[in-house]
Design a protein around this ligand. Sequence first.
Ligand code: ZN
Length: 350
Amino acid sequence: MKITFTRSAILALSIVGLFLFTQCGTDTPKTPKDSNTQTAPEKKQLPIPKFDMDSAYSFVEKQVSFGPRVPGSDAHQQCKEWLVEQLKGYGTSVIEQDFEATLYTGKSYTFTNIIGQINPELGNRIILSAHWDSRMWADSKLSTERRDQAIDGADDGASGVGVLLEIARLIQENPIEDLGIDIILFDAEDNGEHDSNPKTEEEELRSMRTWCLGSQYWAKNPHKKGYRAGWGILLDMVGAKNARFPKEAFSAQMAPSLQDKIWKLAQGMGYSNYFVNERGRPATDDHYFIGTIAKIPMIDIIHLSDKEDQFFGAHWHTHNDNMDIIDPRTLRAVGQVVTAVVYKQAGNVL
Ligand SMILES: [Zn+2]
């Protein structure tokens, strides 16, 4: 993902504001049933399972062991097969959504969004997502070596997927009955145009659209006809040592009450050093397209820098984004919070 330029961010935010929430004015999830009946859903606090950080870490490690998961590579193919096998093994009903897309370089590839459905028959659904591809270049301005070579993407890609696989495993062990959950692993998120230097809002939007090709495809072609979900959570770069997750700006626009609830919950659980109570900059990431195209409000938990001239962690899009940067405690902070959110939502007590 990349940061969105401030001027155009205002434009983009106004697009979100105009088309997304004029009808509902709230991001509080409601089931289709809720709106038709007078009875409130039963509230019950389900036990929240313990998130296993070592398990999540091993899932990150495994993805990285295939090599960079870049378009057209053997590592990409092998990692895809492994992810599908994992999600099936945890009892989810898996859809592999293949699509053709062309990168900004002009090269076309076959990509695959991987959707692991839990309770696929239910209409009351939420989305948990991350991207599983990694970047073909180490082209951050902070990058000092092998700039034309693919990065491991241990944090940028694999960390979010690792957390979601662990959550899938936990849900198999501690089944949820009254909530449908779609774990969506998007492909082709991270190979967009970096140094585009747009001069107009149109150029900025064009540049933004070179990223997140998997979520753009899914948002226009959901895996089921008429698909709806109340809301979603996106995880991106959630594994680095001393990561910080301010309240990302597009998320704040799309789903302010969900974002506030999650950050409050995280702070109550003792994770306020990660889930910092600050307004973050807008990131061009999968949630933006899910919100603007599919009209499903989604928040992004993403590591953003507090430095003026640096948007993400210093390892972002450099070869330092490898297993050395991953701290299991960061994976636990994010994983335990998202697990709590899911079980609270399932018991209608979020
Ligand atoms: Zn990236």
